[in-house]
Ligand binder design. Sequence first.
Ligand code: PAF
Length: 270
Amino acid sequence: VRAWHRDGLRVALVPTMGNLHSGHVRLIEIARAHAERCVASIFVNPTQFGPSEDFARYPRTPREDERKLADAGCDLVFMPEVAELYPHGGEGATRIEVPGLSGILDGEFRPGHFAGVATVVSMLFHIVEPDIAIFGEKDYQQLTVIRRMVADLCMPVEIVGAPTVRAPDGLALSSRNQYLTESERALAPTLYATLEQAAKRLRSGDTDIGGIEREGMQALEKAGFRPEYVSVRQAADLAAPAPGTRELVVLVAARLGKARLIDNLQVTRP
Ligand code: PAF
């Protein structure tokens, strides 16, 4: 990477946990459009998983991933072992907290998750030294946390958000969709339909945020999900919407069978 920088080439990083799908391939394409060289990292980061979460069973497909990255035109893959990034273990490792943003929404249901994400992303930035890094908008809160960390700690990396890639029925692509049974997969697009219904109300000028969130929760429960939250927030900082704020985002997290699914939709209100 340093040789590339010496040659004046711009370098993009796409951090991933592997098990790549077409959403990740899109991130590589966006990286290549922004920079002359593209690096992808594959690392299932233990510190962003809670003790009862799916770290052990998270799908790992390194050989297929390498092939997909090569086909997508990625120049370099960084695939460290856990002991390389956490030589003294994850527990006692130095951590980056983004207070405020880390404890709300997903942070409420996954304590410590965003500290794990911010810490590993900061390590990847220090190791790879990219000029720019691409993150999917599917993980909207993660993207917001990373933008804030980069701004607060003056990290010299430009952060680019990439639109969510969806299946034709609206379900956002995610490695965790594999946990769904056939019948659950058929139900799963209800998540996106719920977001669209909330967005429709907001676009029509409806200001009953509580009512919109309650309607979303009820629709998901009725369809057989175990929803954790449906929440309307300001797109810029995930705060509760002030009356004059037009740029909003509706975020949802819900369990369906063994899967925990998240999604979001950005909305501009009149
Ligand atoms: O979005 C992901 O895949 C992960 O949270 C990331 C950003 C690679 C950090 O482990």
